[in-house]
Ligand binder design. Structure first.
Ligand code: DX5
Ligand code: ZN
Length: 228
């Protein structure tokens, strides 16, 4: 079975209790903390920066933190996120004037690098930088907000990206982000994804009476993945 990883997006967490939310979701068996950075310029929303990443590390989070930069430009902020404890730093090709340079900057800063593709952005620019990416992230919604519906055409794009990765022989994770739920995660895995971002499907399951409510949804996702 593939090495599947579940990456809850803290965009849908309760920010007033962020440390506790991240602890709970990791206790429930999630693998990676997906950290959505929005700048109200590249995308029409504004979220969190390096200070919050650093705060999660100081709180004691040791899991991988997957920083998804929806910002433009990217170079100025990459070293700050590396210092703040990011494991992965991924960015959109539209956010960088010099994609090769930005990817190298991520690795030189000590992090794993990745490129993110919007639903209408072709994968073609990967061709010349396959040796410089540790992660390819396909957006299955337009970036900017949680809680949107999975765009079905992303399944074909996943198959295309999976083939590119397998043909390259490089060790590259294939991540999917947007509208991932218990009822579609299996077909997404079968199309080639190995890393699954889910925001509203996981944190939306919270209620005040049961702090371990994430066990149910993360467990259901794992069950579905075990059938893929
Ligand atoms: C959207 C973000 C996603 C978002 C996913 O721009 O990149 O990570 O949190 O949320 P859901 O899982 O609710 O679609
Ligand atoms: Zn994201």
């Amino acid at each position: 079975m593939a090495d599947f990883k579940i990456a809850p997006s803290i965009l849908s967490a309760d920010f007033a209790r962020l440390g506790e939310e991240v602890d709970n979701v990791l206790k429930s068996g999630a693998d990676i903390v997906h950290f959505d950075v929005m700048d109200n310029h590249y995308v029409p929303n504004l979220t969190i920066g390096p200070l919050v990443c650093d705060a999660l590390r100081s709180h004691g989070v040791t899991a991988d933190i997957d920083v998804h930069l929806m910002v433009k430009p990217v170079d100025r902020i990459i070293p700050d996120f590396a210092k703040a404890g990011a494991t992965y730093i991924t960015f959109h090709p539209e956010g960088s004037e010099h994609i090769d340079r930005s990817l190298s900057l991520v690795r030189e800063s000590g992090c794993k690098s990745g490129l993110v593709f919007n639903p209408a952005t072709p994968l073609s620019c990967l061709e010349h930088v396959m040796d410089k990416v540790d992660m390819i992230l396909l957006m299955s919604v337009n970036p900017g907000f949680g809680g949107q519906s999975f765009i079905p055409g992303t399944l074909d794009k996943l198959r295309q990206a999976r083939k590119m990765i397998d043909d390259s022989g490089f060790d590259i994770r294939l991540e999917i982000d947007g509208g991932v739920k218990v009822d579609n995660i299996r077909e997404i895995a079968e199309a080639g994804a190995d890393t699954f971002v889910a925001g509203s499907a996981i944190f939306g399951a919270a209620n005040d009476s049961d702090a371990n409510v994430y066990d149910t949804v993360v467990g259901a996702m794992r069950d579905e993945l075990s059938k893929a």
